[in-house]
Design a protein around this ligand. Structure first.
Ligand code: 4NP
Length: 154
């Protein structure tokens, strides 16, 4: 079993898109029973809220299934429950480290660290560019799955 927790600021745009894109990739490889995949926020702003309408639209456009959900905040306890804790940008990483306090097992990284061109995934909540966010997240999720297939026993 490999467990992956995607993290962003609000848990209504980027990390839930990553959650559903990654679930779809994993399902297409018939690996879904081997994975636990969730997403959370570092802030309290959107707790309890469903995914942003534009994020849903992007998933729909690309034929990726999603479910109604409620944003939840990262807790210190999540650190022991997941193998990979994956932020979308450098600010997410700073906030994650503040919440979990210790990262002794080096579980925290940015999604695009798994690609050849490590960088931040810009927040579409501020940029309005859900297409760019979707494309970056899609690339990151593909690279993450390849990394896990090589580096984890699944
Ligand atoms: P996300 O975008 O981190 O990609 O979910 C945001 C959504 C909401 C807020 C910030 C970022 N907010 O401050 O409410």
């Amino acid at each position: 079993m490999v467990s992956v927790l995607f993290v962003c600021l609000g848990n209504i745009c980027r990390s839930p898109m990553a959650e559903f894109i990654f679930k779809d990739l994993v399902k297409k490889e018939k690996l879904q029973v081997k994975f636990k995949i969730e997403s959370v926020a570092t802030s309290y702003e959107e707790i309890g809220n469903d995914m942003h309408q534009e994020a849903k639209r992007k998933l729909q456009e690309n034929g990726i299934p999603y479910e109604k959900r409620k944003a939840r905040r990262l807790t210190k306890e999540d650190y022991n429950k997941f193998d990979y804790i994956i932020g979308m940008d450098s600010s997410n990483i700073r906030n994650i480290l503040r919440i979990i306090e210790k990262n002794e097992k080096n579980k925290v990284c940015k999604l695009l660290d798994f690609t050849k061109n490590t960088r931040d995934i810009e927040d579409p909540w501020y940029t309005g560019n859900f297409t760019k966010a979707f494309n970056d997240i899609y690339d990151g999720c593909n690279a993450l799955l390849e990394y896990i297939k090589v580096n984890n026993v699944i």
